[in-house]
Design a protein around this ligand. Structure first.
Ligand SMILES: NC(=O)c1ccc[n+]([C@@H]2O[C@H](COP(=O)([O-])OP(=O)(O)OC[C@H]3O[C@@H](n4cnc5c(N)ncnc54)[C@H](OP(=O)(O)O)[C@@H]3O)[C@@H](O)[C@H]2O)c1
Length: 350
């Protein structure tokens, strides 16, 4: 497969390139970044020293938002590609994806621009209008464990958010089996490393603000909320999601609280999850009692799930850990690519 990576200089772009460089069936033939500081084509190791010597094609700086349709196509698909990864800001993806789809290309978009089915939800959650309703309607929300067949057929896969992936994997088996007393409320207390915000510097991400600190942010407003509600078919009034920023570079831990609607044992909960994720090589379900942590998943493509249950009160906690740049972004995108091209979903990932 010949792939182009747009947003190659970003954190997610770096992870994609690292995974694609060692993938047995993929070749990267196009690298694109923005032209914001007026640079010319440059070797990708200037942005990512760890990629020195891995790619012969230079990175092309192009502001895709400012280009006409045919120029975008020329830039992205000039080398003749089978698949385009967009690891770009939401607005860039929103404008570029319809052009790529119209030309017949297959696309995996890692931004949030095609995750929500309802265009009217975008002004509230993303702060912009969305007019690409045709592309939105055809986008497949790409949690591979929940949508393998649709992903395999898709022209456009919208890669889920990192927090959202951790929460959806923790709740889908319970909700789909009807085990949860939803009226008792569902809470996800989630924590992420600082690479989750991308590489653009800001005051809140300055080292002294993050180091030896932990703070909540985006309460009731985080843009991953609507995709979780949509994927889990849960109402907003029944779900609280509180993200926190951790002083680590990568990794997410979501601690998810639910009340079961019937008495169950911890063994039954583990069996439910084991069965649900039996065909899923990248989800690891822990034995009763042990809980995942960030160090177990950082720099891997796995999502790990563990459980604690108070049988007397039916209070269940699901702990869900993954790497925000791995299973939360680039790893999941490559997993989706594998499904789209008929490969085992874990190719190049384990
Ligand atoms: N970080 C995560 O953990 C994570 C997880 C899941 C999903 N995501 C999503 O993935 C996307 C990328 O995230 P990131 O963390 O990698 O961000 P990032 O580090 O800020 O990188 C953004 C990339 O997009 C490029 N870009 C920006 N505007 C462009 C334009 N107009 N035309 C062409 N290229 C443009 C940038 O190029 P320059 O370097 O030249 O500016 C850079 O390569 C975002 O939509 C984010 O929400 C991120």
């Amino acid at each position: 497969m010949r792939a182009a990576v747009v947003g190659a200089t970003g954190y997610v772009g770096r992870e994609l390139l690292t995974l694609l460089a060692r993938h047995p069936y993929a070749r990267v033939v196009g690298l694109i970044s923005s032209d914001l500081d007026g640079k010319g084509p440059f070797p990708i190791e200037q942005a990512h020293p760890a990629l020195r010597g891995r790619f012969t094609v230079p990175c092309q700086p192009l502001n895709l938002e400012g280009l006409a349709g045919n120029k975008v196509l020329e830039a992205v698909a000039g080398a003749g590609v089978d698949l385009v990864f967009l690891a770009t800001p939401h607005e860039t993806s929103r404008d570029v994806v319809p052009i790529l789809l119209d030309s017949g290309l297959r696309v995996i978009d890692l931004s949030g621009a095609f995750r929500l089915k309802d265009p009217a939800a975008y002004p509230r959650w993303y702060g912009f209008e969305h007019h690409a309703s045709k592309a939105l309607a055809q986008a497949v929300y790409g949690v591979p464990e929940l949508a393998r067949e649709a992903i395999a057929q898709a022209q456009l896969v919208s890669n889920p958010g990192c927090y959202a992936t951790s929460v959806i994997l923790a709740l889908a088996p319970l909700l789909r089996s009807g085990w949860v007393d939803v009226s008792a409320g569902i809470i996800s207390d989630s924590k992420s490393g600082a690479s989750g915000a991308g590489r653009t510097p800001s005051g809140k991400l300055h080292f002294p603000e993050v180091n030896e600190n932990c703070r909540a942010y985006g309460i009731f407003t985080h843009h991953h909320v609507p995709e979780m509600l949509q994927a889990l078919e849960v109402g907003e009034k029944d779900f609280i999601f509180t993200p926190h920023l951790l002083p680590v570079t990568r990794g997410i831990l979501s601690t998810v609280y639910v009340r079961l609607n019937q008495p169950r044992s911890l063994g039954q909960v583990v069996s439910l999850f084991r069965q649900f994720y039996e065909p899923s090589p990248l989800v690891r379900v822990y034995e009763g009692g042990s809980l995942p942590e960030i160090q177990a998943v950082a720099n891997t493509q796995f999502a790990d799930l563990g459980f604690a249950l108070d049988e007397a009160t039916r209070r269940l906690i699901v702990a869900s850990a993954l790497d925000n740049l791995g299973k939360g972004a680039a790893g999941q995108a490559v997993q989706n690519m594998n499904l789209m091209f008929g490969l085992p979903e874990e190719s190049g990932l384990v």
